[in-house]
Design a protein around this ligand. Structure first.
Ligand SMILES: Cc1cc2nc3c(=O)[nH]c(=O)nc-3n(C[C@H](O)[C@H](O)[C@H](O)COP(=O)(O)OP(=O)(O)OC[C@H]3O[C@@H](n4cnc5c(N)ncnc54)[C@H](O)[C@@H]3O)c2cc1C
Length: 316
C-alpha cells in the first residue's frame, strides 16, 4: 500500500511556495513508488480552486464547509478523517500549522498511525521513508525510519523548489458541518514503569542522557529500588525512549520536592532545574566537573556514574 493523502488548508495567507513544497514532497514520494492524492480545505472558496503544480497528484479534491467554522478544529478533523477513511493511505502529509497540529494527532490515533510533527526532511528511498525532525528543543536532529508503518507527517522544513508539473483547477464541493463530529469517548492514564510514584516521593533518583543507553537504564532503576526512591528522568532520557514520559522531571514534566534528589548524568539545563527547585538536598553525579548541575548541587560527585553507583550499591 503506497498511497499518500496530502492535506492543504487554503487560506487568504496561502503562498505559492506552499503549493510548490507540497508538490515537491509528492514528487519525491512518487519517485519511491507512492501515489499521492490532494485534499484542499478552503472555507472561502467560490466554485473552484487553482492548485499550482497540482499535476503531480493522482487526484485532487476541494472541500468547503456549508457554514462558518470558527476555529475549524472539529470541521477539519471531520473532513480529513472522512478522506482518510475512504482511501487506503499509508501516509497523510500536511504542513505543521496550528490547525493541522489539531487534527494530526487525532487522525493518527484513529488510524493507529505514527504522528510525526515538525518534520524538516522527508526522504523517500526505494523501500522506506525516513523523516528528520528536531528533538530536545532543537539541540538534536533525529532521523526516524518508518519501516512501512502508517504515519501522519507534518512538514515544517524549508520551502522546496516546485517540480515540473502543470497547474490544475479543482471544483469545490460543499460539505455540511455535522454538530458534535468529535466527541469525548474515554481517557486513559499514560503507561508508567511502576515503582514509587514521582509525585510526593521523599527520594528521587533521576537519570539523564549521560546514562548512555536503554540497557544501562536498569542501573538507575536498581539504584533507585535499593534506596527506595522514585525514578525520574530528564527530557532527553525520555525522548530517547529509555523511560516513560510520566517520569520526566522539569519545566514540561513534573515538579518534585523530595528530601533528596539524585541527578545522574544530567547536565542541569534550566528546563530540568525548573522541576527540582523544591528539593531539600541535591546530589549530582556527572563526569564533567563544569556541568551546570554542580552549581545548584549540595553534594557533587565528579566521575563515571556506573563506577560511582556500583561502589555505592556495595556499601548499602
Ligand atoms: C520548551 C522546553 C522544555 C523543556 N522541558 C524539559 C523538562 O521538563 N525536563 C528536562 O529535563 N529537560 C527539558 N528540556 C530540555 C532541556 O533543555 C535539556 O535539553 C535536557 O534537560 C538535557 O537533558 P540531559 O541533562 O539528560 O542531557 P545533556 O544535557 O546531554 O547532559 C548529559 C550529561 O551527562 C553527563 N555524562 C555523560 N556520560 C556520563 C557518565 N558516564 N557519567 C556521568 N555523567 C555523564 C554529561 O557530562 C552531561 O552533563 C526542555 C527544553 C525546552 C526547549
Amino acid at each position: 500500500m503506497k498511497n499518500a493523502l496530502f492535506v492543504f488548508h487554503n487560506t487568504s495567507e496561502t503562498r505559492a511556495t506552499e503549493y510548490a513544497t507540497l508538490a515537491a514532497i509528492a514528487a519525491n514520494l512518487g519517485a519511491a513508488g507512492y501515489s499521492s492524492d490532494l485534499l484542499v480545505l478552503d472555507a472561502t472558496a467560490s466554485s473552484s480552486v487553482t492548485v499550482k503544480h497540482g499535476g503531480v497528484f493522482r487526484s485532487a479534491s476541494a472541500v468547503k464547509p456549508d457554514k462558518p467554522i470558527g476555529d475549524g478544529a472539529d470541521y477539519l478533523v471531520h473532513i480529513v478523517g472522512k478522506a482518510a477513511s475512504e482511501g487506503d493511505f499509508s501516509l497523510i502529509v500536511g504542513f505543521g500549522t496550528i490547525s493541522n497540529r489539531n487534527w494530526g494527532p487525532q487522525i493518527a490515533a484513529a488510524h493507529s498511525a505514527e504522528f510525526l510533527t515538525s518534520c524538516e526532511v522527508i526522504q523517500a528511498g526505494n523501500a522506506n521513508i525516513e523523516i528528520t525532525a528536531p528533538v530536545m528543543g532543537g539541540l538534536v536532529q533525529k532521523t526516524l525510519s518508518l519501516e512501512g508503518r502508517k504515519a501522519v507527517i507534518l512538514y515544517s522544513g524549508d520551502a522546496l523548489p516546485a517540480p515540473a508539473a502543470q497547474d490544475i483547477v479543482v471544483q469545490v464541493v460543499t460539505e455540511p458541518i455535522k454538530p458534535g463530529a468529535v466527541r469525548f469517548v474515554a481517557s486513559e492514564a499514560l503507561p508508567d514503569s511502576g515503582g514509587i510514584p514521582l509525585r510526593g516521593a521523599s527520594k528521587v533518583v533521576s537519570g539523564g542522557l549521560g546514562v548512555g543507553s536503554g540497557e544501562k537504564w536498569r542501573v538507575i532503576e536498581e539504584f533507585a529500588a535499593k534506596v527506595e526512591a522514585a525514578v525520574g528522568a530528564s527530557r532527553a532520557a525520555v525522548e530517547m525512549g529509555w523511560v516513560p514520559s510520566a517520569r520526566q522531571v522539569g519545566f514540561s514534566g513534573q515538579k518534585v520536592s523530595p528530601e533528596v534528589y539524585v541527578a545522574v548524568g544530567i547536565s542541569g539545563a534550566v528546563h530540568h532545574l525548573a522541576g527540582i527547585g523544591g528539593a531539600k538536598k541535591v546530589v549530582a553525579i556527572n563526569k564533567d566537573p563544569d556541568a551546570n548541575i554542580f552549581k545548584i548541587a549540595d553534594i557533587g560527585i565528579v566521575g563515571d556514574y556506573e563506577q560511582i553507583l556500583a561502589a555505592a550499591m556495595k556499601k548499602l
